[in-house]
Unconditional design. Structure first.
Length: 228
């Protein structure tokens, strides 16, 4: 038992955002459409997916287009972010299994913060934009890449008190590969070929709920200890 009297979590489920929870586009491209620089962002994201540039370069290109936009305006736009079906149901299932749902993504921090508040994810991570008086300056305050994403997950495991081997990652692309290696079970969800090759299992669906049965089966079969 923890000091609070609650049972220690059985594990953590790390959910990617772009390509996993956000469908048909990326959150970066979605916002860039409204800011007027989607063409540049789409090109940069394609180059990142191909391994031609790192996420730091993508962040610099994208952040420039946010200059002069208020945080409140972006928050309002995010209410219309296209999301996959079944997010609420998936989080209810996680909680019924004593699993902590977290966001592990390279999406901008405002996107992760919005989804965490909206659905009840316990934590999120991502690159940060510089602001002055709640207005974006067009500069990057903190970059974040696929290795930082993995490190966020490992740090979260230590904080919660579970082994990475007892945790699950659901993702779709290059940015998920180091995290897939670090956890005990991974689901390549509507994923790229490299993510499919790295993951424990693959699922293609229009509902996040369909990612749950293989996780449940693994949980039932796994006998690894939960504590550090």
């Amino acid at each position: 038992m923890s000091h609070s009297g609650r049972a220690r979590p059985a594990g953590i489920v790390f959910f990617d955002i772009d390509g996993t929870l956000v469908t048909g586009t990326s959150s970066g491209s979605f916002i860039a459409q409204r800011l007027g620089h989607a063409h540049e962002v789409d090109k940069a994201e394609a180059r990142y997916a191909a391994g031609d540039i790192d996420n730091h370069a993508v962040c610099i290109i994208d952040a420039h287009g946010w200059s002069g936009t208020s945080a409140a305006q972006v928050s309002a736009w995010l209410e219309d972010l296209p999301l996959i079906d079944g997010i609420d149901e998936a989080l209810r299932w996680c909680k019924s299994q004593n699993l902590v749902p977290m966001l592990a993504s390279l999406a901008w921090d405002p996107v992760g913060a919005h989804l965490a508040r909206r659905f009840g994810f316990a934590a999120h991570c991502g690159p940060k934009l510089d602001t002055t008086n709640a207005t974006y300056t067009g500069e990057v305050a903190a970059t974040f890449d696929e290795h930082d994403k993995r490190d966020f997950a490992i740090t979260s495991c230590r904080r919660v008190g579970v082994l990475p081997a007892r945790c699950i990652a659901i993702g779709d692309s290059r940015s998920d590969l180091p995290l897939f290696e670090a956890v005990g079970f991974s689901v390549a969800f509507n994923a790229s070929p490299d993510a499919r090759a790295q993951a424990t299992t693959t699922v293609d669906s229009t509902s996040l709920v369909d990612a749950l049965p293989p996780i449940e089966e693994w949980l039932l079969e796994s006998q690894s200890p939960t504590g550090w």
